[in-house]
Design a protein around this ligand. Structure first.
Ligand code: SF4
Length: 526
């Protein structure tokens, strides 16, 4: 009957058997063919022929009924309860909503829950449950986010590109390199300006890239004046075709500080090569505290404080995130009044991936020599102290706009309740950090969200799940849509209250292991 196999075999919800059907808007185009229905889940307002889906592939015309083709995702507190797709049961005419059971065992997420548009309609699922004797309400929706972006943390020293450089996907600018953090390069991707402020193609490509990133897929990016990098949540980055393995133990100065005592007596000088801060042991405070004799080595670059040098080379993919392949290229020379023949020099990178051992000859020229075993062990320990290099993908979305009307008729009360810590905000059941200040700007690690949490609409914008959980009394106080609150047992059995693009089935999954149970946290249960 339909091109959407996802809906095949699911029981139809009998017309008239739902207790409350929201009014569907009249088609704007009166000439619309009678076998078409209008999807009113977003401003695009697709007219969908029988058996076809709309432009976003999220909604379809199933025998004249608008359906959300993906199931809504529920989290099960017990992993054993997780299972495959289950169709919702049709409602019996006049039947009271199902209630009871182990109400705290499941959590309805926004994934696949569907969207309501225009915004004044109540959210698709407003679910009541009881946990530890406390009556709770969770408002669940798939938000359509025009204001949203991704912050990507890439654990590598390697040079990805200059700060503020444009980042391209399929040739279009989709973001920029932003401030580096400790051991990591940071990217800012997507955002309203790329979605809406450029060409149509830029918006479309940005949207595609963002959905792929959010859905934990690999995305290949090209950074102007820098590298090609493949980014995927929870996976090592691939820089210019080479998978990254280690996140540095620290900057060069920190590495000197950590391992100074272990090198004492085994090396006369240790230089830890780092694009940001190269450390020189005997000049560094760590060496001075150990009463180490100055070696007289002169390092290129700009001296910051004793034993700490900036800009010893250009950034790159060589030693310690510099562009050097020969460590001696950063050595300017030796003070003949201080250095001595036979001086033992270790040069090592911040990950321990590169290390070379030198001994000064009579002319104070460093000569390469095999790395002594005790020194090699410390170099290995530097490597051991590196963490695996990963990409972390955080979704940032602005939920402080019209989406709030699906929760309450007085949206500012939701904003205030969140600020007052009365509301727990989750995205797909994953804990969301709410930025201080105005609005409701949430940030969430996509690795902690269910698979395939993100979608798109061609406005263009990103579709992402969001849930607001609070005590029932607080929901009443903020002017919530009380008539639309339904017991969780009823939601599990029958799905959405109305057939206005409702999901036709549910999928029960286990939450990510690191996630707290969404209804088990303060402030909900005190
Ligand atoms: S793009 Fe999707 S949500 Fe928007 S109207 Fe078309 S089918 Fe509905």
């Amino acid at each position: 009957m339909t091109e959407h196999t996802k809906t095949d075999g699911l029981p139809a919800i009998e017309p008239g058997t739902v207790p409350q059907v929201l009014e569907r808007s009249r088609p704007r185009n009166e000439r619309m063919s009678t076998d078409k229905i209008e999807c009113n889940a977003c401003p695009v307002l697709c007219q969908i022929s029988a058996g076809k889906s709309g432009a976003c592939d999220r909604y379809a015309n199933a025998d004249g009924r608008l359906v959300r083709v993906d199931p809504v995702v529920l989290l099960a507190r017990s992993p054993a309860a997780a299972g495959d797709l289950v169709a919702f049961l049709p409602r019996e005419p006049g039947a009271a909503p199902a209630a009871g059971g182990d109400e705290d065992a499941y959590f309805v997420t926004g994934v696949g829950s569907s969207t309501t548009y225009p915004d004044y309609k109540p959210a698709p699922f407003i679910v009541s449950s009881t946990a530890a004797g406390v009556d709770l309400v969770t408002v669940v929706t798939e938000g359509i986010f025009s204001y949203c972006s991704f912050r990507v943390k890439i654990d590598t020293d390697r040079f990805l590109g200059p700060e503020q450089a444009n980042i391209r996907y399929k040739g279009e600018v989709v973001g920029h390199v932003t401030t580096a953090e400790y051991g990591s390069q940071m990217l800012s991707l997507g955002g309203v300006h790329h979605l809406t402020g450029g060409s149509k193609k830029e918006g479309r490509v940005t949207c595609e890239m963002m959905a792929a990133l959010g859905n934990k897929e690999a995305v290949e990016l090209a950074i102007d004046g820098g590298s090609q990098v493949v980014v995927q949540s929870g996976r090592p980055p691939v820089v210019n075709g080479v998978p990254e393995a280690r996140m540095r133990v620290g900057c060069g100065s920190a590495t000197v500080g950590i391992f100074a005592k272990q090198f004492y007596g085994l090396a006369d000088e240790v230089v830890v090569v780092d694009d940001h801060i190269t450390g020189v042991l005997t000049q560094h405070q760590a060496g001075r505290c150990l009463d180490m004799r100055l070696s007289g080595v002169k390092i290129k670059g700009r001296r910051s404080t004793p034993g700490r040098y900036f800009q010893v080379a250009n950034p790159g993919t060589g030693w310690g995130g510099t562009d050097i392949a020969d460590p001696l290229s950063i050595v300017e020379g030796w003070d003949p009044g201080t250095a001595w023949p036979g001086l033992r020099l270790l040069m090592v990178s911040t990950t321990g991936e590169h290390a070379e051992w030198f001994v000064l000859d009579e002319a104070l020229e460093p000569q390469r020599a095999p790395l002594p075993e005790p020194v090699a062990r410390i170099v290995a320990r530097i490597g051991e102290n590196c963490e695996p290099s990963l990409c972390t993908v955080l979704f940032v979305g602005g939920a402080g706009g019209s989406l709030r009307a699906g929760v309450t008729e007085n949206p500012v009360l939701l904003t205030r309740s969140i600020k007052d810590a009365l509301v727990n905000v989750t995205c797909g059941g994953a804990p969301a950090y709410v930025w201080p200040g105005g609005g409701i700007t949430v940030m969430v690690d996509v690795a902690r969200m269910p698979d395939r949490s993100f979608g798109t609409v061609p406005t263009p914008a990103i579709v992402a799940p969001i849930e607001f959980s609070m005590r029932a009394d607080d929901y009443r106080a903020l002017g919530g849509h009380l008539d639309n609150v339904r017991p969780i047992a009823d939601v599990i059995a029958h799905g959405a209250l109305h057939d206005d693009g409702a999901p036709t089935g549910r999928r029960i999954v286990a939450p990510a292991p690191a996630n707290p149970w969404p209804l088990g946290r303060a402030p909900l249960l005190g």
